[in-house]
Design a protein around this ligand. Structure first.
Ligand code: FES
Ligand SMILES: [Fe+2]
Length: 352
């Protein structure tokens, strides 16, 4: 059975997106970044608190990130207007004492942010003002609640978010795209049978013992069991538990624009040697992610001609769920009702 894909390029709103690794933002500094086509400036106060504002001065449009942090306020580079971390104007230096203006009328959009497990997340609402408080929380990597990640790699994919997300949950590309001595050397496909359950804003591949205990799994303790959870807008959390350790890989996908998407993969682990070996491991992670990126680059060549795309059962069922989750999310938000997960518990089988 094949299904066609809804190729409308709309971003999901009213949801948390991964923004930046927390370490990228030092106290008293700013960091500018485009997200979902919007310019955002992140700031960290001297006290360590993170905030995010639209990176455009409401006076005459100079990016606020071109200015500086003055205490806990941003001072615009052009005429020195100041904004606090809620986006409210607190000072217009050009005003005389007798010229009292209600400064609170000059507002910059504020975005809700959270810093958890070493990462900064941003809530992208569909309102002009960011004062809509999120109704759900940021996805967490279970088992590492108070921890921070031990390795991170970020890569930009030149595509709309959907193509990066679908690549993440596509089991049948693995033997073809990720051929490497340390992962898989062959393209001999074997049957896979996996059980799935619905989970908040997504689905989870039920925990199971891995049949193919490759070199990598031997390295981290052997007898590996794995569980993989996906949730909107593009968060994949893989938990690997072996005889001796626990490794979690979180891959998060954030749209920069309609044609550019950022893929970040983070590792959390109880393995003592992981951190010291990090400089050696990072190139492997980059290679792996780079293989996915290469394929997206090739895919763009064909997509230019706007061909219909297919999803076949069962290998592409997870991708099909993604599109269903996505459209249900858009609908439920528009109708201001509860999200009803379209995924039902079921077993899928494919060869990979
Ligand atoms: S443009 Fe920012 S203060 Fe004038
Ligand atoms: Fe891949």
């Amino acid at each position: 059975m094949t299904l066609s894909i809804d190729q409308k390029q709309t971003f999901l709103r009213n949801i948390w997106y991964y923004a930046i690794p927390g370490r990228q933002l030092k106290a008293g500094q700013m960091f500018a970044k485009q997200l979902l086509g919007e310019p955002v400036v992140f700031g960290r106060t001297q006290g360590g608190e993170v905030f995010a504002l639209r990176d455009i001065c409401p006076h005459r449009a100079v990016p606020l990130s071109c200015g500086r942090l003055h205490g806990d306020e941003i001072e615009c580079a052009y005429h020195g207007w100041r904004f606090d971390r809620t986006g409210t104007c607190t000072l217009i230096p050009a005003l005389n004492e007798n010229q009292d203006l209600d400064l609170s009328k000059f507002q910059v959009r504020r975005y809700p942010v959270r810093e958890v497990q070493g990462n900064i997340w941003i809530y992208m609402s569909d309102r002009d003002r960011g004062d809509v408080e999120p109704t759900h929380e940021v996805p967490m990597v279970a088992g590492f609640e108070g921890d921070t990640y031990q390795a991170v790699v970020t890569m930009n994919f030149p595509c709309f978010i959907d193509h990066a997300v679908v690549g993440l949950m596509d089991p049948s590309h693995v033997p073809f795209v990720h051929r490497a001595w340390w992962w898989r050397t062959d393209a001999i496909l074997t049957p896979e049978i996996k059980a799935f359950d619905p989970s908040p804003y997504g689905f989870t591949m039920r925990r199971h013992r891995l049949e193919r205990q490759t070199f990598f799994y031997q390295l981290i303790g052997g007898d590996a069991e794995v569980e993989i959870a996906f949730s909107l807008p593009g968060v994949r959390i893989e938990q690997i538990v072996t005889n001796t350790s626990r490794v979690a890989n979180m891959t998060v996908i954030t749209p920069i624009s309609e044609t550019e998407t950022e893929v970040t993969t983070l590792f959390y682990t109880t393995i003592g040697w992981f951190k010291p070996l990090q400089p050696l491991l990072i190139p492997f992670i980059r290679t792996f992610l780079g293989q996915d990126r290469e394929m997206v680059v090739k895919q763009q060549i064909g997509l230019k001609y706007n061909p219909p795309l297919m999803l076949i059962r069962d290998a592409d069922t997870q991708a099909k769920w993604y599109y269903q989750l996505r459209s249900e999310f858009i609908k439920s938000r528009a109708e201001e009702r509860e999200f009803i997960n379209p995924v039902k518990s079921q077993v899928l089988s494919w060869r990979s």
